[in-house]
Design a protein around this ligand. Structure first.
Ligand SMILES: NC(=O)c1ccc[n+]([C@@H]2O[C@H](COP(=O)([O-])OP(=O)(O)OC[C@H]3O[C@@H](n4cnc5c(N)ncnc54)[C@H](O)[C@@H]3O)[C@@H](O)[C@H]2O)c1
Length: 338
């Protein structure tokens, strides 16, 4: 089968995203013509190899958010220097969102901007993290606080990489895939999985093209995230991001329903996609307390004007601020959380 090709349209910084089984064989042809050597950034446990004819070296970074740091960027940069990487060469990331975020930021900073090509190997990486140019690292004070917008030269989503992905990571990715069912009016369910991933990429590409720097519309990508962030923090991060997003979207659907923004059918469609199709949990763990969740949601960084949510409506998904606590309580009631 031929690979899907999606263009992220950003004028002279536009780039292709290739999606398909065996797509990584296209990698070499997508590297910048100026590149005489390449540095591959990956992790030891990722069993995905690519063939390159130009001189290259590999840098392995640590596994987990605790390695998504400025210290890792410094170590990578020192290895770039030792290898003699120049500004006309290329950085290639092979990994999940953690690797693509770190490699992207290292490339953005090296000689004030060196080309990067991402090969995402997780579902989250393919449908979300590798596309759109957000790169960065964490600080003790919070996630992704230091970073840069740095668009890749190309993204290659070889779906064969997903075969080795642990089940929980797949589930997290499905939480993000489910989001795209609600961001577009399309029937994603009618597509087989590779085409569905390609369609998710297309939806994200359009959103990024319209609002590269998240000054407006790009924020709809945070559908389900207001409650999700509160659930992650309240569970001490025992709930993974994608799992929390799945529950967060169900909550957002109830909220839209009690606010008369969507009807019963649309609410039921959320349960169908998230629970029935992707097999994700849709209940808020009963160890959580609604008042604590509400307090955490007030602190959400998108909450400029009171409680702010990305909500569904008859006209699509949009950002809604200043939501009354009464509606939140009605939604928690509907989800049977005390
Ligand atoms: N830049 C963005 O727009 C954006 C969007 C969403 C998420 N993110 C970031 O992405 C990160 C989360 O990404 P993630 O969910 O991919 O997690 P991750 O990169 O930490 O990967 C999860 C685990 O899967 C392993 N792994 C990766 N590919 C594998 C494969 N093919 N086979 C076996 N194991 C594999 C990794 O080594 C890791 O242990 C977070 O840091 C988040 O902030 C960024």
């Amino acid at each position: 089968m031929t690979n899907h090709k999606v263009i992220v349209a950003l004028g002279d910084r536009s780039y292709p995203v290739i999606v398909g089984s065996g797509a990584s064989t296209e990698l070499e042809s997508l590297l910048p013509k100026t590149a005489k050597r390449a540095v591959i950034i990956t992790q030891q446990n990722i069993p995905f190899e690519v063939k390159l004819s130009l001189p290259n070296t590999k840098i392995f970074i640590g596994n987990g958010e605790q390695y998504k740091t400025l210290q890792t960027i410094e170590t990578i940069s020192q290895q770039f220097a030792k290898f003699g990487l120049t500004r006309s060469d290329v950085v290639i990331s092979i990994g999940g969102g953690m690797v693509t975020d770190v490699a992207g930021f290292a490339a953005a900073s090296w000689h004030r901007g060196t080309a990067v090509v991402h090969l995402p190997t997780t579902l989250v990486g393919m449908v979300d993290a590798a596309i759109g140019g957000k790169t960065g690292v964490n600080l003790e004070q919070g996630k992704n606080l230091v970073g840069a917008f740095w668009q890749p030269s190309a993204v290659v989503c070889d779906v064969d990489a997903l075969k080795s992905l642990p089940e929980r990571e797949t589930r997290c990715g499905l939480g993000e895939v489910a989001k795209y069912h609600f961001l577009s009016g399309d029937d994603l369910l009618s597509l087989e999985m590779t085409s569905r991933i390609a369609r998710c990429v297309e939806i994200k590409a359009k959103i990024v093209s319209d609002d590269e720097r998240e000054q407006g519309g790009r924020a709809v990508l945070n559908y389900g995230h207001t409650l999700a962030h509160a659930l992650e923090r309240s569970s001490g991060f025992a709930l993974a991001h994608g799992e929390a997003v799945a529950i967060g979207m169900i909550f957002a659907a109830h909220l839209a329903h009690v606010m008369n923004r969507i009807d019963d059918l649309r609410l039921a469609y959320h349960y169908k996609v998230i629970r029935d199709v992707y097999g994700l949990s849709v209940s808020i763990p009963n160890t959580m307390k609604r008042n604590q969740l509400i307090d955490l949601m007030r602190l959400d960084k998108k909450a400029i004007d009171g409680l702010t949510f990305v909500l569904d409506s008859k006209n699509g998904i949009e950002i809604v601020s200043g939501i009354s606590e009464k509606y939140l309580n009605e939604s928690f009631d509907a989800m049977q959380l005390l």
